[in-house]
Design a protein around this ligand. Structure first.
Ligand code: NDP
Ligand SMILES: O=C(O)C1=N[C@H](C(=O)O)C[C@H](O)C1
Length: 250
């Protein structure tokens, strides 16, 4: 059976790459390319079964609610989500008119990044210290990256589960935020550099040793197998699914 796909944010860096990947994928048909100014209703969705959102953090949640109202399942790669916005999507999915609908939201569809997040959470209980450094192209509008936030949350959850306390850090003065953002107690540092695409390093330290876990997306092609997998599988996972790892049995 062919899955008809609409791409929202189709003129963007990711959206345009997703349009091509959908056109190249067996069993998928691109039926709509939507971007700023297009209404997300049944007419513009042109019979789509699944919509893919790669827009901007400020609009993605509203897009998901509109897409659910229009009766399609949704795959979201846009960043900027938090527990509150996830909660509102869960509430929407619990309404009778959205029964059976599916939404999958993933901060990163690259296999190397998904594995890096998984490895970092697995390693976290064995190290005193862990910090996340994300490095991206300078056109990125949000910092820290969604992937870095998810990585830090995974590290923090694994440390808490293992009964670890705060990490060692004697810093007493940091007026300019040199220690970076703090996500659930994990320091996250953001680099924006011309020439980069999407990269992340997780450094974990113990007395006398360090583990470095690094993922590099050199090209947006790296995200496409994960996006196509999500499009193919989203409708078989009713409700809200967070993270591509849920489809990978990690
Ligand atoms: N999950 C993953 O694997 C990945 C996630 N991302 C995330 O995807 C998002 C998009 O990244 P990227 O493609 O680089 O960004 P771009 O800025 O290149 O693309 C975003 C597109 O969305 C459009 N847009 C803005 N508002 C709306 C709206 N209300 N309705 C429809 N379209 C809209 C923009 O138009 P205009 O420019 O005119 O405003 C633009 O064409 C970011 O949040 C990024 O972090 C990126 C890579 C991988
Ligand atoms: O904006 C990007 O480019 C990327 N955004 C996502 C994020 O914020 O984690 C995924 C990837 O890092 C590329």
């Amino acid at each position: 059976m062919t899955i008809r796909v609409a791409v929202v944010g189709a003129a963007g860096r990711m959206g345009s790459t997703v349009c091509q990947a959908v056109q190249d994928a067996k069993g998928l048909e691109l039926v709509a390319r939507l971007d700023v100014g297009d209404t997300l209703d049944a007419e513009h969705l042109a019979g789509a079964d699944v919509a893919v959102d790669f827009t901007v953090p400020s609009v993605t949640e509203a897009n998901v609610h509109s897409l659910l109202d229009a009766g399609v399942d949704v795959v979201v790669g846009t960043t900027g989500w938090n527990e509150e916005s996830y909660g509102r999507v869960r509430e929407h999915l619990a309404r009778p008119e959205a029964a059976g609908r599916s939404v999958l939201i993933a901060p990163n569809f690259a296999l190397s990044a998904v594995l890096a997040m998984s490895f970092a959470a697995k390693a976290a209980p064995y190290f005193e210290s862990a910090e996340v450094i994300e490095l991206h192209h300078p056109n990125k509008v949000d910092a820290p990256s969604g992937t870095a936030v998810a990585t830090a949350q995974g590290i923090a959850a694994a440390r808490a589960e293992a009964g670890l306390g705060a990490m060692p850090d004697a810093t007493q003065t940091d007026p300019d935020g040199a220690r970076g953002a703090v996500v659930d107690g994990v320091h996250v540092h953001a680099v924006r550099l011309r020439g980069l695409t999407a990269h992340e390093e997780v450094v974990l330290g113990n007395p006398g040793e360090q583990l470095t876990i690094r993922t590099d997306s050199f090209d947006r092609a790296s995200f496409m197998p994960g996006v196509v997998l999500a499009v193919r599988q989203v409708s078989s996972h009713p409700g809200l699914t967070i993270g591509l790892d849920a489809l990978l049995d990690l």
